[in-house]
Design a protein around this ligand. Structure first.
Ligand SMILES: [Ca+2]
Ligand SMILES: [Ca+2]
Ligand SMILES: [Ca+2]
Ligand SMILES: [Ca+2]
Length: 678
C-alpha cells in the first residue's frame, strides 16, 4: 500500500499518469485527439472565412503547374482532401500496431498505399496447403524429390538425418511456398522479353538522362508489381511461420547440408559460427552460432528470384564487404561505390526475406540493403536484441517500384545512413522502417557531406526518416515522376532523430513522407524541409503522440510548412514541448502551399523567427498563383505557452488572421491563422 501523502504534486502526477495511461491505448489516443484536432481545424478555418471545401488547392490551376506521372493511391486520396489527413493517418497507425507479428500485413499495408496491395488473408490463409505438406514427416525429402523431378534441384538424394525435424519442416515450407508462388512471379514478369537483361539494366543504377530513362520506364511498365506483391505476401507469411517453428531448435544442434537448385543454393546449418560468402542463395536456415553473412540474402539474378534467410540464434553480422566488420560506413573509403547493387536484404525483380530472431546484431551495408527493393519486395525483421544498423544509401526501408521494409521488434537500436534511408519511397515505391520497442537513435549523416544540397552546399540531402521523393524534370527533360511513400514509425521509447535537408516527415515532387512517434520523450534535429514539411506538390507530416519533445530545425521551411502546392503537417498531441524553429515554420504556407501546426496538450515553448506561427507568403502579382490559396495555420489547444516577443500576432490566448495578400475571398488569398486556444 502506498502511504505517500497526496500533495498537490502527487495529484498532478496521478492525473497526468491517468491521462498517459488513457492515451497509451492507441485507439483512445486517436479518438480523443482526432475529434479535438478536427474540431479545432474546422473552427479555425471558419473564423477566418474558410472551410474544408474552400481551403484546398485549385485542381485546375495546379494541373497547369504540376507535372508528374505514376502518383500513389495515398497521394491521390490526400491531394483530393487535405483535411482528412489526421483521420487517415490515425487509422493507418493502428494498422501498423495491429500488424505486430504478422509482417506480411505490414507489406500489404505499404503496398496498398502505393496501389498494388492485396488482401490474400481475407478468406483464409493462402499458405495453408503448403503448411499441410511441410508438417508431414519426411516433408523436406518429399518436396526436394518433386523439385528434382522438375529439374529445379540438381543435388542427388541427400542424407538429412542430422538435420533437426523443425529445420526440415521450415525448409519444406519455404520451398513448397516458393513452388506454389512462382506462377505469380512468372506472370508478373511475362511482359519482359529478356528478363536477364532487364535485371542488369533495372539494377544497374538510377537512370539520369532521358535516353536511359525512357527504356527504363518501358521495362517498368512491363513488370506487374501487383502480382509480385501477391507472391511476396505468401513468401513473407511462410517465412514468419518457419521462423516460429525454428525457435524451438537447440542452438547447439550441429548439422550442415548444402543443396543446389536452379533458383540458388539451399544451406541448412546449426551449432557453429559460420561465414556465408556472397553467392546466389535461395534459402539459408541457421539455428546456432555467431554468423557472418556477406551479401548472402538478395536477388543475384533473374533466376535467383527468391532469397530467404532465417537465423535464430547468436550475435550476427550482415555485411556488404568483409572490410566492414571493423569499419563504419562513414569511415569506409569505398562507401559510395555500389549504391544500387543489392546487398543483404535487397530485392531486385524478386522477393527477399531476412529474419533474425535473437542476439545483438550488426547490419552494415554500403550496398543497397536491409529492407530495400527495386522492382520487388524486401523484408528484414529483427526480433530481439540491441542492434546496430548502418547503411549508405537506398536502404533501411527503401522502395523504388516496389517496397522495402525494416522491422525491429525489440531493444535499443541505432540507425545510421546517408541518403534515402530509414523509410524512403521513390516512384511507385514504399519504404517502411518500423521499430516497435526501445530507446532508439536515428541518424542521417550531417558532418560528412557526400550529398550536398541545392539549398546549402554544406548540408547533406538526407531524404530520410519518413521521406517520399520524386523525379523533378520540369526544368530538364519533362519526364517528371511522382514520388512514393516513406514512413518511419517508432512505437515506444525515448528516441533521437537527426538529419540534414529533407527528413522526418517530408515529401518532394508528389512524394509522401510520414514520421510517426507513438510514445516517449523525443529529440528531433534537422535543417531544412524537416519535421513535417514538403516541397512541390508533395505531402510531409510528423505526428508525435506522447511525451515531452524537443524540436529543432536550423535553416528554413520546417515544422508544419508546405511549399508550392504542398502540405506540411506537424501535430504534437501531448507533453510540454519545445520548438526551435527557423523562417517558414510552425504553420507556414510558402509559394501557394499549406502548412499546418497543431500542439494539443501541455505548456510549450516556441522559439521562432521570420515568417512563422501562422503565416503565409505573398504570391507574385499577375501570376497563376496570385489568386491561389496560400495558408499557414498555427493552433495550440491548451496550456501556458511561451511565444517569441517579436512575432507581433503570436500572443497568448489570441486568434489572429494575417493577410499577406487579400483576394476576392479568403480562399483566393494568402493568409496566416494564429490561434492559441489556452
Ligand atoms: Ca546466428
Ligand atoms: Ca537482433
Ligand atoms: Ca523507439
Ligand atoms: Ca505540447
Amino acid at each position: 500500500m502506498n502511504t505517500a501523502k497526496l500533495t498537490p504534486q502527487n495529484w498532478t502526477f496521478f492525473i497526468s499518469l491517468a491521462i498517459s495511461l488513457a492515451l497509451v491505448s492507441f485507439s483512445s489516443a486517436q479518438e480523443i485527439g482526432r475529434m479535438t484536432v478536427d474540431q479545432a481545424l474546422t473552427e479555425a478555418l471558419q473564423k477566418a472565412g474558410l472551410n474544408k471545401q474552400s481551403a484546398r488547392f485549385n485542381a485546375g490551376i495546379m494541373g497547369l503547374l504540376r507535372q508528374g506521372e505514376r502518383s500513389t493511391a495515398l497521394y491521390d486520396t490526400l491531394d483530393f482532401d487535405p483535411w482528412r489527413l489526421p483521420g487517415i493517418t490515425s487509422a493507418l497507425r493502428r494498422e501498423v500496431v495491429a500488424a505486430e507479428g504478422r509482417s506480411h500485413e505490414l507489406h500489404n499495408f505499404g503496398a496498398r498505399l502505393v496501389g498494388f496491395g492485396t488482401r490474400r488473408t481475407l478468406i483464409g490463409s493462402p499458405i495453408e496447403p503448403a503448411i499441410e505438406v511441410a508438417r508431414k514427416p519426411g516433408s523436406l525429402q518429399e518436396v526436394l524429390g518433386r523439385l528434382r523431378a522438375e529439374r529445379l534441384v540438381s543435388t542427388p538424394s541427400i542424407e538429412l538425418s542430422q538435420v533437426p525435424e523443425p529445420v526440415q519442416q521450415a525448409a519444406a515450407l519455404i520451398l513448397e511456398t516458393a513452388h506454389r508462388t512462382i506462377p505469380l512471379r512468372r506472370a508478373a514478369l511475362s511482359g519482359l522479353s529478356d528478363p536477364e537483361r532487364s535485371f542488369r539494366v533495372l539494377g544497374g543504377g538510377f537512370p539520369e538522362e532521358a535516353d536511359q530513362l525512357v527504356p527504363y520506364l518501358q521495362m517498368a511498365d512491363q513488370v506487374d508489381l501487383r502480382l509480385l506483391s501477391a507472391a511476396a505476401n505468401d513468401i513473407f507469411m511462410a517465412a514468419g511461420v518457419a521462423e516460429e517453428w525454428l525457435l524451438a531448435v537447440d542452438p547447439s544442434a550441429r548439422y550442415d547440408v548444402t543443396i543446389e537448385s536452379s533458383w540458388g543454393t539451399i544451406r541448412l546449418s546449426g551449432g557453429s559460427d559460420t561465414t556465408y560468402q556472397e553467392r546466389p542463395y535461395l534459402l539459408i536456415i541457421d539455428t546456432g552460432g555467431d554468423d557472418t553473412y556477406i551479401n548472402a540474402c538478395k536477388n543475384s539474378s533473374h533466376t535467383n528470384w527468391l532469397s530467404v534467410l532465417i537465423d535464430t540464434n547468436g550475435n550476427d553480422q550482415y555485411l556488404s564487404s568483409p572490410a566492414l566488420e571493423r569499419t563504419r560506413i562513414r569511415d569506409f573509403p569505398g562507401r559510395a561505390s555500389e549504391p544500387t547493387q543489392p546487398g543483404n536484404g535487397a530485392a531486385l525483380l524478386g522477393i527477399v526475406a531476412l529474419h533474425d530472431s535473437r542476439g545483438d546484431d550488426l547490419y552494415r551495408t554500403h550496398r543497397r540493403g536491409t529492407g530495400s527493393a527495386m522492382f520487388g519486395f524486401a523484408l528484414v525483421r529483427d526480433r530481439a536484441g540491441n542492434d546496430e544498423y548502418e547503411a549508405y544509401r537506398n536502404s533501411q526501408g527503401f522502395g523504388f517500384f516496389g517496397g522495402g521494409i525494416l522491422e525491429d521488434m525489440e531493444g535499443n537500436d541505432r540507425y545510421h545512413g546517408f541518403n534515402q534511408v530509414q523509410g524512403c519511397g521513390l516512384t511507385q515505391g514504399f519504404g517502411l522502417l518500423v521499430d516497435r520497442k526501445g530507446n532508439d537513435v536515428y541518424i542521417a549523416e550531417t558532418s560528412i557531406i557526400d550529398f550536398p544540397s541545392a539549398q546549402n552546399r554544406e548540408t547533406n540531402v538526407s531524404m530520410a526518416q519518413g521521406a517520399g521523393n520524386g523525379r523533378r524534370a520540369d526544368f530538364t527533360d519533362g519526364l517528371s515522376q511522382a514520388g512514393g511513400v516513406g514512413i518511419l514509425a517508432d512505437l515506444d521509447g525515448n528516441d533521437r532523430y537527426e538529419c540534414g535537408i529533407f527528413g522526418q516527415g517530408t515529401g518532394y515532387w508528389m512524394g509522401i513522407g510520414f514520421l510517426w512517434d507513438y510514445s516517449g520523450n523525443d529529440v528531433y534535429r534537422g535543417e531544412w524541409y524537416v519535421q513535417g514539411a514538403a516541397a512541390h506538390f508533395a505531402i510531409g507530416a510528423l505526428e508525435d503522440l506522447l511525451g515531452s519533445d524537443d524540436y529543432t530545425a536550423n535553416q528554413s521551411t520546417s515544422q508544419g510548412c508546405g511549399h508550392d502546392f504542398s502540405q506540411g503537417w506537424l501535430i504534437d498531441w501531448h507533453g510540454n514541448d519545445r520548438y526551435r524553429a527557423p523562417n517558414l515554420s510552425l504553420g507556414a504556407g510558402s509559394a501557394g502551399g499549406i502548412g499546418i501546426f497543431v500542439d494539443v496538450l501541455g505548456d510549450d515553448i516556441y522559439l521562432a523567427r521570420g515568417n512563422t506561427l501562422g503565416f503565409a507568403t505573398e504570391s507574385p502579382e499577375a501570376t497563376l498563383r496570385t489568386r491561389e490559396l496560400c495558408l499557414g495555420l498555427f493552433i495550440d489547444m491548451q496550456g501556458n505557452d511561451t511565444f517569441p516577443p517579436d512575432v507581433a500576432w503570436a500572443k497568448p490566448g489570441s486568434f489572429e488572421v494575417t493577410f499577406s495578400r487579400r483576394g476576392p475571398s479568403p480562399a483566393e488569398s494568402q493568409l496566416g491563422i494564429f490561434w492559441d486556444m489556452r
